[in-house]
Design a protein around this ligand. Structure first.
Ligand code: A5P
Length: 236
């Protein structure tokens, strides 16, 4: 099968992430099209005899990994996580991330934070001088979502960001998109984010915000793929 240039870049990044996998590891599996390439590659290794176990950050990833024979654990049954491998929507020069385009940001952040090493795999187009071209996903509880939306908008205004472009994410049938955790997602096209750590802190303080897609200083390794290969950078 011929891959598009973007898909080839995602696959090249995913394949390099295998370098960080060791026998006996428990591995967090991310969500999205780039993470799916990693799951396929890991599945090939498992079928060839590699002994690893995994936890999934979404129902979609769980189903994909299970279909490939990757042994899966309930996150509540593990004490430690050696590695997490996941994609991202944007990566800035400080290696802060925007994630959540696929709506799995809550589980992704729990798993990335728990992992001893968090490996981010992206195609080169995801690398940005500043975060914010991609609308920032914010996961909110359905209860009081309209009030929480107003509070999120106030936070954005307070950070000199655009607030009138905050939109509830919708499913194809026009109803609110529901995350695996049963929550809504606000997509905040707030413009370029000059101070992502300040925005992250302010959003986390809003009652009703379950999680947001700013992953600040979480990446340990960033692998950037292109059509011909991938480059690995360790984050200091
Ligand atoms: C899922 O919720 C996201 O965080 C994804 O990791 C992110 O959207 C990247 O997805 P792709 O690899 O499909 O671009």
């Amino acid at each position: 099968m011929t891959l598009s240039p973007t898909d080839a870049a995602k696959r090249n990044a995913a394949l390099r992430a295998l370098e960080f996998v060791r026998p006996g590891m428990t591995i967090g599996l991310g969500t999205g099209s780039t993470a799916a390439h990693f799951v396929v590659a890991l599945g090939v290794e498992v079928q060839a005899g590699l002994a690893v176990r995994a936890v999934a950050t979404s129902i979609a990833t769980y189903n994909q990994a299970a279909s490939l024979g990757i042994p899966l654990l309930d996150p509540n049954d593990i004490d430690t996580l050696d590695l997490a491998v996941d994609g991202a929507d944007e990566v800035d020069r400080q290696h802060h991330l925007i994630k959540g385009g696929g709506g799995a940001l809550l589980r992704e952040k729990i798993i990335a934070a728990a992992a001893h090493e968090f490996v981010v795999i992206v195609d080169a187009a995801k690398m940005k001088p500043q975060l914010g071209s991609f609308p920032l996903p914010v996961e909110v509880t359905p209860f009081g979502a309209a009030l929480t939306t107003k509070a999120v908008q106030a936070v954005l205004r307070g950070q000199n960001l655009k607030a009138d472009t905050v939109r509830m994410r919708l499913a194809p049938d026009g109803a609110p998109f529901i995350s695996d955790g049963g929550n809504y997602i606000l997509d905040c096209a707030c413009g370029l984010i000059a101070a992502p750590d300040a925005v992250a802190g302010a959003l986390s303080a809003v009652p009703g915000v379950v999680e947001h897609g700013l992953f600040i200083a979480m990446a340990d390794i960033v692998i950037v793929g292109d059509e011909t290969g991938a480059a690995v950078a360790r984050v200091d």
